[in-house]
Design a protein around this ligand. Sequence first.
Ligand SMILES: Cc1ncc(COP(=O)(O)O)c(C=O)c1O
Length: 397
Amino acid sequence: MNDFNYAERVKKINPAISQDLIAKVRALRADGVEVIDFSDQGASPDVARQAAIQKINMSSGSSYSDTRGLSELRYEIARKMLIEQKIEVNPETEVLVTVGAKEAILSALLTLADHGDEVLVEDPGYLGFEPIIRLAGAKPIRVPLIKESGFRFPVEGLRHYITARTKVLLLCNPHNPGGYCLTKNELTEIGKIAKENGLTILVDEAYEHFVFDGRKHISLASLPGMESITITIQTMSKIFNMGGWRIGWAIGPTHLIKKMHLLHTHAITAPTTFSQSGAAAALSAGIAEGNQPIANIVERYEAQRDAMIEGLASIPGLSCHVPHGTFFVFPNISRFKAPPNGISDFLLKIGHVATVPGSAFGPNGSEHIRMVFKCDKATIQKGIARMADAFGKLEYQ
Ligand SMILES: Cc1ncc(COP(=O)(O)O)c(C=O)c1O
């Protein structure tokens, strides 16, 4: 229906490139082709599943929860922040449980940015960010990350992107897709610039646990004076492998959480009650993907990252920086002469290996492809061998 008079906000949004890729992978699999996407089929932790079943069997399990989120979950979130980040969070007023991190980002942007306001966003960056900014009516302003330094945020150049209309800086730390973890000094400097310019910082910490080589994740809100300008966003989707449960949360100053809560209540009421019970149980037990404690999972992912990096380094023409965190690698494919539909399409067709074109994350990612390393080492090696064969068919300089 080309002549239908859709609202402007949906006209500005395009389907994610990753959806197209998922459809292609599904079609190949339906034809019996074994596609390697380096992902895993990991289940959510048993402790979460048992708690959710128990809750749904109680009458309170099928009622709406408190619109801020179940109190036991909000208290678990506050406890977690105290243990992990030494931040004292008031679970009554400073936490809002949301339908995944995505709802937290949307509610925050709807609260902070008016039509035409500018939101600074990393390029490359998580592909969900720009559409959410546009949905909120704001304008995404891309801040190119420094490729040569493993996609580091250009702290020293940040002022250059700030105008009278800039309201929010949206950061992803650890960074999807580049894997960079911001240091304390960088966070302090970013916070200082944001404060000077009256900006609020939204920090998406979806990958907070996935940090390697002895690093420690630092929440911006844990640094002196930063709590008042920071909204921290976290989720059960990643280390807990509970993406389909749709539970995330925002932590921030009382006045902002109050406003976010207001519009969240009108839009969605509250996230699914029994999902919240499952999330509270998993947080309380500290048991995540594969029924493992978080530290064990991180150790396994670090080894998988190393296997992936080693494999990629063995492919002539390809180069890849070592990500500090997340479960992504972002190899540079610019030396290859790309076939007409691009390298990712070629790798899928020829090698039956699924990757995402870096351009999906912003123009500054276009010389890269994004891959995950969630699977075991044997699958990584098998996928790398297929990639090496496929790349071997392309010319490179
Ligand atoms: C940076 C980032 N934020 C948010 C999300 C989505 O999180 P949720 O499932 O909690 O909405 C993702 C998922 O890929 C992500 O990479």
